[in-house]
Ligand binder design. Structure first.
Ligand SMILES: *Cc1c(COP(=O)(O)O)cnc(C)c1O
Length: 425
């Protein structure tokens, strides 16, 4: 698979390099120079989940990894289903939250972990990342128990939810979590300092598990096919997919699936009031505003870093950007949408509810709508209970973790202390 840097077209790398490197020069994103197309989509959809994922990824990677190797990797990464639930006659929910950290980020995180394990060839590797919650949990779980790989996750002490902290700070083993007595920006600055320290980098085989890593997108392509495979054939031809969007990685993966031949008629990019993209689609001007905190906090992004990939896809596929649906929801509208779904008998958290509401408003007669449920309702327990005015259940794996002891180290935002910890792992 050949990829080029969107900021420096002459920088070309293989999939392996792109995964190891994360970003290209000048922080440019890597983008595939060709996207393979399947002619007989029904035959692909008829395959079992893991066999289909291996086939899709082998084609996408242009056989840089064999289908057999990829089958093993996806069997280890995708250990949970992505079921489609009927919500109304015209609308289905694609549930992407059945993984260990109850959010769709498990798909990308776990496949990226398999890739990095594969490419590190047994050499000692240290994955260092800062998190404000979700990504750190997905990364920690994805690498948990892997040989020769240590993971260090920094997070701002007292600034992530207690349940979230329990989810990844109780693992131990090859996972080290550090509660930094400062904010998320300070955590990120410490990570950046580590990557600028060449001596340290070489000594511990430092690598990032960046959210813009191409391996994540490749993994996410797979569940769009899995969704279509679960629909009756007559509904597959009129499919409209609504994606709750923050950094726009999920939407990028869906568009790649379409480019590979999956018959998705159109997409809707649904956001909260952090609406840089919908405003850009309407006006043609890219004008990010300061980020606002909302109920759908995983989408509180005003400078979505995957957007250049979306635009490049439209350009290279010859699609019209005006065909991309858009929609913006305030917190009040989001709460109403959670209630509306509840009235349909479907319990949903704010991110999924935003995608659902936009779908109901934009779906035409004869079309079938699908919205992505990116997190388990229990992950946003406080908001959902507040909106619905009743208690909701916590799934057992999460409830079990809640009783475990926190294993995090604590330190001030001091790079020298972090460096010492990293060298001792
Ligand atoms: C990360 C996240 C999103 C946003 O996905 P992008 O790929 O960044 O657009 C939406 N919902 C939840 C629950 C998330 O964790």
């Amino acid at each position: 698979m050949n990829l080029y840097n969107l900021k420096h077209h002459e920088e070309q790398v293989s999939f392996t390099q792109a995964v190891k490197q994360g970003l290209g020069q000048q922080q440019g994103l890597f983008f595939p120079d060709t996207i393979p197309q399947f002619d007989d989509i029904d035959a692909v959809l008829d395959l079992d989940f893991h066999a289909r994922c291996a086939k899709l990824l082998a084609a996408l990677l242009d056989n840089e990894l064999s289908e057999d190797t990829l089958f093993e990797m996806v069997s280890k990464a995708f250990t949970f289903p992505a079921p489609l639930e009927k919500v109304t006659d015209q609308i289905s929910a694609l549930e992407l939250f059945h993984g260990p950290t109850l959010a769709f980020k498990d798909f990308g995180g776990r496949f990226m972990a398999q890739c990095l394990a594969q490419f590190s060839e047994g050499k000692k590797t240290t994955i260092l990342t800062a998190t404000s919650g979700d990504t750190g949990a997905a990364v920690a779980h994805a690498f948990y128990g892997m040989e020769n790989i240590n993971v260090v996750v920094l997070y701002p002490k007292g600034k992530i939810s207690p349940l979230q902290e329990k989810l990844f700070c109780t693992l131990g083993g090859n996972i080290t979590t550090v509660a930094v007595e400062s904010d998320f920006d300070a955590c990120q600055a410490m990570v950046k300092q580590a990557f600028d320290d060449q001596e340290l980098k070489a000594a511990i085989g430092l690598n990032s598990a960046n959210s813009i890593n191409i391996s994540r997108l490749a993994a996410q392509v797979c569940y769009y096919f899995e969704a279509a495979a679960q629909l009756p054939k007559e509904q597959r031809a009129q499919l409209v997919v609504s994606v709750p969007s923050g950094n726009f990685g999920n939407l990028t993966a869906g568009l790649i699936a379409k480019a590979m031949g999956l018959p998705i008629k159109r997409f809707i990019a649904a956001t909260n009031v952090n609406d840089t993209v919908p405003r850009y689609l309407a006006s043609g001007n890219w004008e990010p505003k300061p980020t606002q905190a909302t109920l759908s906090n995983a989408m509180d992004v005003s400078q979505p870093n995957n957007w250049p990939r979306v635009e490049e896809l439209f350009k290279t596929q010859g699609w019209d950007l005006n065909q991309l649906g858009k929609g913006v929801m305030t917190d009040q509208q989001t709460a109403e949408a959670v209630k509306a779904l509840d009235a349909e008998g479907y319990l949903c958290e704010p991110h999924g509810a935003i995608a659902y509401q936009q779908l109901t408003e934009q779906l035409a007669e004869g079309e079938h709508g699908l919205f992505l449920c990116t997190a388990h309702p229990a992950k946003f327990k406080e908001s959902v209970e507040d909106i619905l005015q009743r208690a909701i259940e916590i799934p057992k794996p999460l409830a079990d973790r809640a009783d475990l002891e926190l294993l995090s180290l604590e330190m001030p935002a001091d790079f020298a202390q972090l460096r010492a910890v990293l060298l001792k792992l």
